[in-house]
Design a protein around this ligand. Structure first.
Ligand code: SF4
Ligand code: SF4
Length: 352
């Protein structure tokens, strides 16, 4: 008996996914806009996107025998206030997706189990490969064609019932599975996300100039944050959720109670000064195995310095001059690149 699309979707839900749909492994028109986006320089320093552009425009360049793409999604939203809701002054904002466990590992484990189940169920052998976020696949486009939702003007995949706080993942397979109908655009005349973006990074509906986006500036950009961009970073120390928080489809979003996505203690609405005071050793330990595993204390401190500078509270500047109580020492505090951001923050707070 061949395994069917319905069987796969049922099994995906049994394994803990909140959504699962099937798209054809095809060259959809939306995939082609990547080239124009790259040509406009919107990828900034993310050179890997240009290097893998050909593959990103058709999954059959990733797996030549591909016939279908199984897209599975999991809600990561947990019960915490949005950054746009009132939070205590001096609180660091961290993107919701980054609060908990490393989703690549958590979701990868589930995809492997789904694939193992498919191999056991399917009478014939087939080829497959899977990715969680990091593969050369435009997963939001395949997610839309798998019927999971539509790509909103904020560039996120939005499900009409669950919202957009979704981790997306996919299994590319050689099996010719029945595809779902593509999701339909429900943004209508709404432009809330474009208006709310503090840096004007959403230059047109569904077009993100990543080089102006806080997520890029605080995560992807290594080295110095251009001075002209620092004010716009606000109190964000790792990513930004504003264009999702204002979306009407996230007003009553699905909330996950999975322990994996609950914030680690260090990242649960932390005070900026506490993040600065944390030793490198403590930061390393908090980052290990988390969704922020790519971050390094140096990059995090650079962002915390900028956020303290933007806090509007001159008294917070004193934290930069505090001596570490006792070993272990934290070399990242003395890093010249970090210190340049500290000097900027002090100057900004002194001028208030
Ligand atoms: S993540 Fe933040 S900075 Fe980036 S587009 Fe959305 S609102 Fe703008
Ligand atoms: S805020 Fe409005 S325009 Fe933006 S993604 Fe949501 S529904 Fe679409």
């Amino acid at each position: 008996m061949p395994v069917t699309s319905s069987d796969i979707k049922r099994q995906a839900v049994a394994l803990g996914f909140d959504l699962c749909g099937i798209a054809r492994a095809d060259e959809f028109p939306e995939l082609q806009s990547l080239r124009a986006w790259l040509d406009r320089g919107y990828a900034g320093e993310m050179g890997y996107l240009a290097r893998s552009a050909d593959r990103r425009m058709d999954v059959r360049r990733v797996l030549p025998c591909a016939r279908s793409v199984i897209v599975a999604a999991m809600v990561y939203n947990t019960d915490r206030p949005y950054s746009t809701e009132t939070t205590a002054a001096g609180t660091a904002e961290i993107s919701r997706y980054a609060w908990g466990e490393d989703y690549h590992r958590v979701i990868g484990d589930r995809l492997e189990r789904l694939l193992a189940w498919m191999r056991a169920e399917c009478a014939e052998p087939f080829d497959a490969t899977w990715y969680v976020d990091t593969g050369p696949v435009q997963e939001r486009v395949y997610g839309q064609h798998a019927g999971l939702g539509w790509i909103g003007k904020n560039t996120c995949l939005i499900n009409p019932e669950l919202g957009s706080w979704l981790f997306l993942s996919e299994i590319i397979v050689s099996l010719p599975l029945d595809p779902d109908e593509a999701g339909t655009d429900r943004c209508g005349s709404c432009t809330l996300c474009l208006e709310a973006c503090p840096t004007g990074a959403l230059v047109e509906p569904r077009v993100l100039d990543a080089t102006r986006c806080i997520s890029y500036l605080t995560i992807e950009l290594k080295g110095t944050i251009p001075e002209t961009d620092r004010d716009g970073v606000g109190d964000h120390v790792y990513g930004c959720d504003i264009c999702q928080e204002v979306c009407p489809f996230n007003m009553r979003p699905a909330v996950s109670t999975r322990e994996e996505w609950l914030p680690r203690r260090e990242f649960d609405q932390p005070a900026l000064v506490d993040l600065w005071r944390a030793s490198d050793e403590r930061l390393h330990a908090a980052l290990r195995g988390s969704a922020m595993a790519r971050a390094k204390p140096t990059g995090l401190r650079r962002n915390v310095a900028v956020a303290i500078g933007n806090s509007g509270h001159p008294d917070l500047a004193g934290v930069f001059d505090e001596a570490d109580d006792a070993p272990p020492v934290s070399p990242s505090k003395q890093d010249p690149m970090v210190q340049e951001h500290v000097d900027w923050a002090k100057r900004k707070l002194r001028s208030l």
